[in-house]
Design a protein around this ligand. Structure first.
Ligand code: ZN
Length: 915
């Protein structure tokens, strides 16, 4: 899957909430992560042996279906009724039964099963009594005669509802150009919601062939995982029979039904590729089509294995909980992640579409062809797809410098992984619902970061060959983390598990501290990084990583690179006596932070930060800011350091700077805010003046995006009246002629005008939201409604989040945005408390979870207490360690406020007098 928030948006949210956990998707209000020492896959009361002959619910593994019944093939016929929001289903499942049994247990939930008949090879048939168990989401079929080992066919008839929860088989609605509402049906099965659409063995290693038939109204169209094998009319209904799929996991099946339209198929090798939209949106497909073709070709070449399906459809769905889902051959997307107008979109919006499309295509091999054996291995799917999306987009558009902006994703992982409440990338998963807590920044961004570190350590070609070996060895099957290490280690001829296990199976990451002695001995020390130090007395003190460390020592103006593998707590390296500077984490691929002793930092800065690569500058300022938040660097030193970056022109480095200013804006008392704004204007202003408002000819897309970001920061965080006036003028010009302003500047104009706007502006933006021409524009104006200052306007926005006026895929994010608005956060918090039950009922679970991420902005001791009280007394569980992470973020923010407020005020006073 791919997250519902883009990394650009992620950074924007990070800019509102320094530590907010934002990226991906599916999260339900379910149980906590299994304890780290629990068994991986089975959980039984002690002393109780599982008896495979006895399938009574009380005696079975509550989380894994028994292995003596194996499904091979689903012949599935579904007949959805969009008007009634129901569906009728029939299926025949071909099974191998390996030991005599009296019953069959499989997964089903929210389905009514009216008939279950088992048919043997000699056409013997017996029907079963059917029991559904909601708590285990299982269906038990009990037979009067014993079932002997052999091949069997299970025939089931069932009915279900097309729900509004954006999971299982669900309905999505949209309005056409004259305002008439239409309904379509779509599916979202990962992790465990296929069982809501048809009874099945809903575990990733029960791979089977799917032969699907969809029976629909003749005016409709349907898409599934494979090509249409035949189309006919039966009893006034259109019957579409789809070709057999490859062997695949249930969570990858997909059915989409509606009045949808497709682009003409474009052949990529042997694969016809199409994009699907609701009517009227075909004009927005060309960019997505281009990256879909480019990345499919790229992956066939990189993996050296042809695309495993018979066609590839990419379908934009108006209501979609996550960003996208890698159903084999029928990838589903939320509209903002697939449809875009390349003329009016910002660079960030185009990059978002390119990333998500490439990510999902990468999954066709990594995830679909080879699938994790169980949910503990989810990172194999997601970290890999995230890593591969970078490779593919970088190959497609090298001028986008995708690996530079990957620093932003790595930074997001660092911010969560610096918490005591973080978790290892891979941990034991008992109940599949615990896997829902894995769709987070640690699985995607930390996972991809450590893969990048490994790739750079063993070399890109060796890494690629190891991946090819892994995919070939496990094609059409399942695999675990150790299988990947075996393949990579075999090709690399290196002990990969020893290197990687520390990064995958233990929480956190190292802080590498560098000091130098008078005799030019460099000492490098590793310890676990943390923002809050008061718990630093436990076993984490002894945590060690094998750190592939690359460093650059400059002597006499000449730079020399050396590579070390740190395994001990302390490592000493002699430097030349005339050393000038030392840079740790050269090229910036390492997943660790660096803290330099003051003399080392001075020398590095005096050598000239313009001599560092972008990623090295990014890491320098990002690590400095993180150590400041952690109390390891004085805030005043950090603020001085930012003065060295006024000539910086890389958007990613600026993202860190703006993020830190935004953090200070959240913790600063109201009476000091204008002093902070003056400081921010001083830091940002020179770059805004230099870049101007109009792109210069030959300018890169990245510079255009930087201009937009800086103008937005100057107008909002800097509260610069001149910039605000100019923004209003330009916005008027833009309304008259959409080409009058560079697209990258438009979002900042909207944001600034919302920031300073009144009710008239609110109504104007609301109208633009309703009539937007592209998903990006719709989103931009929707979120502007969270950025106003007057409470009366924010109250209007809040009320609409639960009135049915705003899609539930967006509403929780809108509330989170108001929690991140320093003028509206208390209002939004009161609204959340009052309306919690309603939101809990209305919003998709992962949306609700994201919404709660906004609490990290409630950065006063009083609000923090109130937040803790609310979640404790209501006994709210957001799944996994999510809530603990949010609360720890909040604790850190309040800690900085309590520790540094006086120093900040003194510094800003001094700064003002110096002007
Ligand atoms: Zn994914």
């Amino acid at each position: 899957m791919s997250g519902s928030v883009s990394r650009r948006q992620m950074f924007r949210i990070l800019a509102q909430a320094r530590f907010l956990l934002v990226l991906p998707v599916a999260q339900t209000l379910l149980s906590a992560i299994a304890p780290a020492d629990a068994a991986t896959s089975t959980a039984r009361p002690e002393g109780e042996e599982m008896n495979l002959d006895d399938d009574s619910p009380g005696s079975m593994d509550p989380y894994r279906l028994p292995r003596h019944i194996i499904p091979h093939r689903y012949e599935l016929r579904l007949e959805p009724d969009l008007d009634q929001a129901t569906f009728a289903g029939r299926e025949t499942i071909v099974l191998t039964i390996t030991q005599t049994t009296g019953s069959i247990v499989l997964n089903a939930v929210d389905l009514a099963i009216s008939s279950a008949i088992l048919e043997g090879s000699s056409s013997t048939r017996q029907s079963a009594t059917i029991e559904l168990h909601d708590s285990t989401q299982r269906c038990q079929l009990t037979f009067s005669q014993p079932i002997l080992p052999g091949e069997w066919k299970l025939h089931l008839i069932f009915q279900g509802k097309l729900n509004d929860q954006l999971r299982g088989f669900y309905r999505s609605t949209y309005k056409d150009h004259v305002g008439v509402t239409h309904t379509m049906a779509a599916t979202q099965f990962e992790a465990t919601d296929a069982r809501r659409a048809f009874p099945c063995w809903d575990e990733p290693d029960f791979k089977a062939v799917f032969a699907t038939t969809l029976v629909i109204a003749p005016r409709l169209t349907a898409v599934s995982n494979t090509a249409v094998a035949s189309e006919s009319i039966e009893a006034g209904k259109k019957v579409l029979r789809f070709a057999d799929s490859i062997k695949m996991s249930t969570y990858l099946a997909a059915f989409i039904v509606g009045e949808i339209e497709a682009t003409p198929p474009m052949p990529v090798g042997k694969t016809p590729l199409r994009l699907w939209t609701v009517p009227g949106k075909q004009l927005l497909t060309s960019f997505g089509h281009e990256i879909a073709v480019a990345s499919l070709k790229f992956f066939e070449d990189y993996y050296d294995i042809p695309y495993p399906g018979d066609k590839l459809d990419l379908i934009a769905i108006p209501d979609f909980a996550s960003g996208a889902m890698e159903n084999l051959g029928a990838i589903t997307f939320r509209e903002t992640a697939l449809l875009v107008d390349r003329q009016s979109a910002t660079h960030g919006e185009l990059e978002r579409v390119a990333d998500v499309v490439a990510h999902e295509n990468a999954h066709m091999w990594f995830g679909d062809l080879v699938t994790m054996s169980w949910w503990n291995g989810l990172w194999l799917n997601e970290a890999f797809a995230t890593f591969m999306e970078m490779l593919a987009v970088d190959a497609w558009k090298p001028e986008w410098k995708r690996w530079d902006s990957f620093g932003v994703a790595r930074a997001a992982a660092f911010s969560v992984d610096g918490l005591w409440s973080t978790r290892p990338i891979e941990y034991p998963v008992l109940a599949p619902k615990d896997a829902e807590a894995m769709f987070d920044v640690l699985t995607y961004e930390k996972g991809a970061s450590v893969l990048r570190m490994l790739e750079q350590h063993i070399g890109p070609t060796v890494f690629r060959d190891g991946v090819r070996d892994y995919l070939r060895a496990h094609a059409y099957g399942n695999a675990d983390t150790k299988d990947l290490w075996v393949s990579l280690g075999k090709i690399a001829k290196q002990p990969v598990p020893e290197l990687m296990n520390g990064w995958i199976f233990q929480p956190g990451f190292p802080l590498v501290t560098a000091t130098v002695s008078p005799s030019s001995e460099l000492t490098i020390t590793q310890q676990r990084f943390s923002y809050l130090s008061d718990e630093q007395s436990g076993p984490s003190q002894d945590q060690r990583w094998q750190i592939p460390l690359q460093m650059r020592v400059t002597t006499g103006g000449k730079a020399k690179t050396s590579r070390l593998l740190l395994t001990e707590k302390n490592t000493t390296v002699p430097l030349p006596h005339d050393w000038e500077s030392v840079l740790i984490n050269e090229e910036g691929h390492g997943f660790y932070r660096v803290r330099y002793a003051p003399d080392l930092l001075d020398r590095l800065l005096n050598t000239g930060i313009d001599r560092l690569a972008v990623t090295e500058r990014f890491n320098l300022i990002n690590d400095a800011w993180a150590t400041t938040v952690a109390g390891l660097m004085p805030l005043t030193d950090y603020l001085d350091l930012t003065a060295r970056f006024t000539a910086e022109r890389d958007k990613n480095v600026w993202a860190v700077l703006l993020d830190s200013f935004s953090f200070l804006n959240r913790i600063i008392p109201v009476e000091d805010r204008s002093a902070l704004e003056a400081f921010i204007r001083g830091r940002v202003g020179p770059a805004v003046t230099d870049l101007g408002w109009i792109p210069r000819s030959g300018e890169s897309e990245l510079t255009k995006q930087l201009r937009g970001e800086l103008i937005g920061a100057q107008g909002k965080l800097g509260n610069d009246p001149a910039v605000q006036r100019r923004a209003a003028e330009l916005y008027r010009a833009y309304c008259d002629d959409a080409t009058a302003v560079d697209p990258n500047v438009v979002p900042s104009l909207v944001a600034i005008l919302a920031h300073t706007g009144d009710a008239t502006r609110y109504d104007e933006f609301n109208e633009r939201f309703r009539t937007a021409a592209t998903p990006q524009e719709e989103r931009r104006y929707l979120f502007s409604l969270a950025a106003f200052q007057p409470h009366a306007l924010l109250e209007r926005t809040l009320a609409r989040t639960i009135s049915g006026d705003i899609r539930t895929q967006d509403a929780p994010f809108l509330i989170s945005a108001i929690l991140g608005n320093v003028y509206g956060r208390e209002l939004a918090w009161a609204f959340v408390k009052t309306n919690w039950e309603k939101m809990d009922h209305l919003f998709p679970k992962q949306g609700l979870r994201r919404m709660c991420g906004g609490i990290v902005n409630l950065a006063t001791p009083e609000l923090e207490r109130d937040v803790r009280d609310f979640f404790t007394t209501r006994k709210i569980d957001l799944g996994g360690k999510t809530l603990a992470q949010y609360l720890e973020h909040l604790r850190i923010t309040v800690t900085v406020r309590e520790r540094d407020s006086i120093a900040l005020r003194t510094y800003l006073d001094r700064y003002r007098k110096s002007l």
